[in-house]
Ligand binder design. Structure first.
Ligand code: GRF
Length: 198
């Protein structure tokens, strides 16, 4: 990457394991990659993803939604942290809170999510169980822009894999997650480059 070009500063929002966070951390170590992980925020204390951030020397905050009286107060604290760390892009990666319209609009074009289905199919939870129950032949994952409606923003990239006759929700989840770890860094690369060029 051109030395004079500023890397896009990314906050990854998590609620748990953080395997997608790990994929992004690993990719961002590449000098040529146009983004850096500048902050990790979890709404749940003591999750593995926070540990991954600490091990990578990335500032890690816990902002527990349960301590706030309402969503607006929680999101205002989130926004303060994002501003303090001069964040350009938010990556939701297993962040299990729905964000309000105002927050999402404020970050429009700069907030991404990864969802474990071939959107627009199977929005919401338990995507793999539902795909199997419906006899689908393919499963996958999508990185998309976040809009106020759940799992509904424009897609950036998708991966599609076959469902095998002996697949369970667990085997499917593992195979889809392998794809998630490939496509999220690609999607972030695309968006970071677009924003750097803007
Ligand atoms: C992933 O399957 C992602 O698609 C979904 O939540 C899961 C998070 O996993 N949104 P991890 O915390 O990144 O391991």
């Amino acid at each position: 990457m051109n030395k004079n070009k500023k890397k896009q500063r990314v906050a990854v929002l998590i609620s748990g394991n953080g395997s997608n966070l790990q994929a992004l951390i690993t990719t961002c170590k590449n000098n040529d990659y146009p983004a850096e992980i500048a902050l990790v925020i979890s709404n749940i204390p003591n999750v593995k993803g926070l540990q991954r951030a600490i091990e990578a020397d990335i500032p890690a905050l816990t902002i527990p939604h349960s301590k706030y009286n309402n969503r607006a107060d929680f999101e205002s604290t989130l926004n303060d942290a994002l501003t303090r760390y001069e964040i350009d892009i938010i990556c939701l990666a297993g962040f299990m809170r729905i964000l309000g319209k105002e927050f999402v609009q404020k970050w429009s074009g700069r907030i991404l999510n990864i969802h474990p289905s071939i959107l627009p199919k199977y929005k919401g939870l338990n995507t793999h169980e539902r795909a199997l129950n419906n006899g689908e032949k393919e499963a996958g994952c999508t990185v998309h822009h976040v809009v106020a409606e759940l799992d509904a923003g424009p897609n950036i990239i998708q991966a599609i894999i076959p469902i095998y006759s002996n697949d369970t929700a667990q085997t499917l989840k593992l195979r889809v997650q392998t794809q998630e770890h490939i496509i999220y860094p690609i999607a972030l690369n695309i968006i970071a480059q677009q924003l750097s060029a803007a």
